[in-house]
Design a protein around this ligand. Structure first.
Ligand SMILES: NCCCNCCCCCC(O)(O)C(F)(F)F
Ligand SMILES: [Zn+2]
Length: 680
C-alpha cells in the first residue's frame, strides 16, 4: 500500500503578477504561494513530505480541455508589452496577463499532472500542489476569474486517458463556483463534480443561474454535477461539515471514485475578503480526512483561491498535516448548522433525489414536489449567517483577523503524533507484515498492579477473580491512550461488555467529560448515561430492542445486508453527525458477540470517526476473528485506506429508522439537521 505525501512547489510560479491597477485582480498576488510554503516550512511539514518537481504541462495536455485558439492566444502573450497585455486581458472577465503568465500557467498544469502521476504510480499515497494561476473558472475557450488553464480539469482528463480511470471525484471547496469545471464535465458521468460557493441568490460573482442547486448535469451527466449555493455569508465549520455529511459524502461513497481531486481554494476560510465566511483552518483537516477514506486514499489536492495570507497559510498547513496522517485537532465552534445552510442542503438533496440510490428512499419533504424554485421559502435578509466574535473584516480588518487567527491557532491542540496504535498480544498468526508499522505491542499489566487498579475502582463490576485477567489488556491499552503514549489501541476481551464498562468508568475517573461508545453486537451491561458524560450508540440486531432511544443512549437496529455494505447511510447520515455534535474526548468502539455488522462496516466507522477525540480510539474486540482484528488495526493505524466493499442502498425500513431517529434527536444533536421543515 502506497504511503507518503507529495508536495509540489516551484518558486517560478510566483513570477506571474499584475502590472497595472486593477482592484478586482490585485488580490491574486505571488505572496499567496510563498507565504503558504513558508508556513509549511515553519511547521516542519515540508521536510516530512516527498518533494516532487513541477514541470510544464505540454500543449497536447492543455488541449485535452482547451481549444487551440485559447492555447495560441495565451502563448502569444509572452512577447507582448504592457499595453498589449492590458488589452488582451480586457477580453476576459477578471483576468490579467503578465509576460510570465503563460509559463507559470503551464507549470501549474504540469504540477497537477505530476501529482496525479505520483499518486497513480504508487510513489506516494496522496499530495498537494501549490500552484498559481489557479484554474477552476477557466473554460475551453476562455480565461476567467484569475484562471488561464483549468489545472484540475486537465488533471482529470489526463488521469482518464493515461490510467483508464472511469470514476473521478472533483471536490471544489473554493468559495467561488468553478463554473469552468462544471461546463467541461456537465455531460460526463465519469467525473462527479461537487462545488459549494457563495451565491446569495445569484448576487455574488460570477452570478450565474447555472451555479444554483438545480444544475445537476446534462444528458448522460445528469446527477454528476452537484452545486451547493451558500445564500448567506458567515458560513462556519458546522455548515461545512453538515454539507459533507448530508450531501457530498453519501454521493461520493455511492460513486466510489478511483481518484479524488480537490480544487482546494481557501477563500472559503475565515478572514478572506472574497468569501466573508467564518470557517476556521482546522475544518480543512476534517474535510481532507473524510476524502482520504475514498479511492483507497488516492487524493490530489490542488490550490485554487485564498486571499488572506495568514488564513490561507494556516489552512494549507492543516491540509498537509492531515495528508501526512497526523491526528486531527478538535474542530471548534458550535456544532449547529444555520437555517440558510440547511435550506441549501435540503434543496440540493431534493434536486438530486432522482439520480442517487441513497437519496431515493430519503423523504426530502416539501421540496421535491415544487415545480419552480420561486415557491421556495427564501431567507430574505442577507446579513451573515451568524455573527461570530471573530466577525468578518472591519475597517482595519486584516490585523483584526490576524490577531484572531494568532490566538485561535494557539488554542488548537495538536495531538502529538505518537505511535498510532497499541495492542496487547495478538493471535500468533498475525504476522508482522500484515500489520501496519505503527502497531506497537505492549506487555500486559502485571497481576497485582491490575488487581490494585481494578479493585479500587471497579470491584463491583468484577464479579469473580477469573474476569480480572482479561480486564488487563483493556486497561493497559486505555492507560496508554489516557497518558497520550499512544493515539489508539486494540484490546481483546472474552467479555466486551465488562471491559467496556470498566473502561468507561476508568475514563470518567481519569477526568474525561465526554466518552462516545459505539457498541456493535450483543451486550448486557449498559452503564448509566444520564449525566451526559457517556453517549452510547448500540448497533444490534432487531431482537435486542425493547429499549427506546434517548439523547445519550441510541439503539440502532442494523443487520448488514448480506451482499454489500449498506451501513454507509447510517454512518454518514446518523453516527457521524451525532458524534460531531457530541465532540467526545475519547471514543470506544466495542465489538461483542453476534455482531450484526461486517468488517467493512466496522472499519468505516473507525475510518470516519478518527477525526474526533484527537484520534483517541480504544477498540475492544470480543470476536476472535483475526480478519476483524487486522482490519481494525489497519483502520486505527490509518496506514491503508480500508476498502468498504460494494455499496448497496439500505432498505426502506432501515432508512425509515434513520429518519425516525433523526427526527427524534435532531434537537439534541443539531448536526443531524438536513431539512428545514422538520419543525426546527
Ligand atoms: N465584480 C467582479 C468580481 C470578480 N471577482 C473575481 C473572483 C475570482 C476568484 C478566483 C478564485 O478564487 O475562485 C480562484 F480559485 F480561481 F482563484
Ligand atoms: Zn475562489
Amino acid at each position: 500500500m502506497a504511503s507518503g505525501t507529495a508536495l509540489i512547489y516551484d518558486e517560478a510560479m510566483t513570477r506571474h503578477k499584475l502590472l497595472w491597477n486593477d482592484p478586482i485582480c490585485d488580490i491574486e498576488v505571488p505572496e499567496r504561494l510563498s507565504a503558504s510554503y513558508e508556513q509549511l516550512q515553519c511547521y516542519h511539514l515540508v521536510e516530512r513530505c516527498i518533494p516532487v518537481p513541477a514541470r510544464e504541462g505540454s500543449e497536447e495536455e492543455i488541449l485535452l480541455v482547451h481549444s487551440s485558439e485559447h492555447l495560441e492566444a495565451a502563448k502569444s502573450t509572452q512577447a507582448m508589452n504592457e499595453e498589449e497585455l492590458k488589452r488582451i486581458s480586457g477580453n476576459y472577465d477578471s483576468f490579467f496577463f503578465h509576460p510570465n503568465t503563460y509559463h507559470c500557467a503551464r507549470l501549474a498544469v504540469g504540477a497537477a499532472l505530476q501529482l496525479v502521476d505520483s499518486v497513480m504510480s504508487g510513489k506516494v499515497c496522496n499530495g498537494m500542489a501549490l500552484v498559481r494561476p489557479p484554474g477552476h473558472h477557466s473554460q475551453r475557450n476562455a480565461a476567467n476569474g484569475f484562471c488561464l488553464f483549468n489545472n484540475v480539469a486537465i488533471a482529470a482528463e489526463y488521469a482518464k486517458l493515461k490510467y483508464g480511470l472511469q470514476r473521478i471525484l472533483i471536490v471544489d471547496w473554493d468559495v467561488h463556483h468553478g463554473q469552468g469545471t462544471q461546463y467541461i464535465f456537465e455531460e460526463d458521468p465519469s467525473v462527479l463534480y461537487f462545488s459549494w460557493h457563495r451565491y446569495e441568490h445569484q448576487e455574488f460573482w460570477p452570478s450565474l443561474k447555472e451555479s444554483d442547486y438545480d444544475a445537476v448535469g446534462l444528458g448522460k451527466g445528469k446527477g454528476f454535477n452537484i452545486n451547493l449555493p451558500w445564500n448567506k455569508v458567515g458560513m462556519g465549520n458546522s455548515d461545512y461539515l453538515a454539507a459533507f455529511f448530508h450531501v457530498l459524502l453519501p454521493m461520493a461513497f455511492e460513486f466510489d471514485p478511483e481518484l479524488v481531486l480537490v480544487s482546494s481554494g481557501y477563500d472559503s476560510g475565515i478572514g478572506d475578503p472574497e468569501g466573508q465566511m467564518n470557517a476556521t483552518p482546522e475544518v480543512f483537516a476534517h474535510l481532507t480526512h473524510f476524502l482520504m477514506q475514498l479511492a483507497h486514499g488516492k487524493l490530489c489536492v490542488i490550490l485554487e483561491g485564498g486571499y488572506h495570507l495568514r488564513s490561507l497559510s494556516e489552512s494549507v498547513c492543516m491540509t498537509v498535516r492531515t495528508l501526512l496522517r497526523d491526528p486531527l485537532p478538535q474542530v471548534t465552534g458550535e456544532m449547529a448548522p444555520c437555517l440558510s445552510a440547511i435550506e441549501s442542503i435540503q434543496n440540493v438533496r431534493a434536486a438530486h433525489k432522482p439520480y442517487w440510490k441513497w437519496l431515493t428512499y430519503e423523504d426530502t419533504s416539501f421540496l421535491h414536489n415544487l415545480s419552480t424554485k420561486s415557491d421556495l421559502v427564501k431567507t430574505a435578509d442577507t446579513n451573515p449567517c451568524r455573527d461570530d466574535e471573530a466577525k468578518i473584516t472591519d475597517s482595519n480588518g486584516t490585523d483584526r483577523i490576524e490577531r484572531f487567527l494568532e490566538l485561535h491557532m494557539k488554542n488548537i491542540v495538536f495531538p502529538v503524533p505518537p505511535i498510532k496504535t497499541a495492542t496487547t498480544e495478538l493471535k500468533a498468526s498475525a504476522d508482522p507484515n500484515t500489520f501496519p508499522v505503527h502497531l506497537h505491542v505492549v506487555k500486559e499489566m502485571d497481576k497485582n498492579e491490575l488487581e490494585a487498579l481494578v479493585s479500587d475502582f471497579h470491584a463491583d463490576l468484577v464479579e469473580a477473580n477469573k474476569t480480572l485477567l482479561f480486564l488487563g489488556s483493556t486497561l493497559t491499552i486505555l492507560d496508554k491512550i489516557l497518558k497520550k503514549e499512544v493515539c489508539s489501541g486494540i484490546a481483546e476481551s472474552p467479555a466486551a461488555s465488562a471491559s467496556v464498562a470498566v473502561a468507561l468508568r476508568h475514563s470518567l475517573h481519569f477526568g474525561f467529560q465526554r466518552v462516545l461508545c459505539i457498541f456493535v453486537g450483543d451486550t448486557d451491561i449498559m452503564p448509566s448515561t444520564e449525566d451526559g458524560k457517556i453517549l452510547i450508540i448500540h448497533v444490534c440486531k432487531k431482537e435486542q430492542t425493547g429499549k427506546s432511544s434517548s439523547k445519550h443512549y441510541v439503539v440502532l437496529n442494523w443487520k448488514e445486508d448480506a451482499d454489500g455494505n449498506d451501513f454507509f447511510s447510517a454512518v454518514l447520515g446518523f453516527i457521524l453527525p451525532v458524534a460531531y455534535s457530541y465532540q467526545p474526548n475519547l471514543i470506544i468502539i466495542a465489538v461483542g458477540a453476534n455482531r450484526s455488522l461486517g468488517i467493512s462496516g466496522i472499519s468505516l466507522i473507525i475510518g470516519l470517526l478518527q477525526g474526533l477525540a484527537e484520534s483517541r480510539i480504544l477498540a475492544v474486540i470480543e470476536d476472535t476473528d483475526i480478519n476483524l482484528m487486522q482490519s481494525v488495526a489497519k483502520a486505527l493505524a490509518g496506514a491503508s485506506m480500508p476498502h468498504f466493499g460494494v455499496h448497496v442502498p439500505p432498505t426502506q425500513e432501515k432508512v425509515n429508522q434513520i429518519k425516525k431517529l433523526r427526527n427524534q434527536l435532531q434537537q439534541d444533536w443539531k448536526m443531524l439537521q438536513c431539512s428545514v421543515n422538520d419543525g426546527i
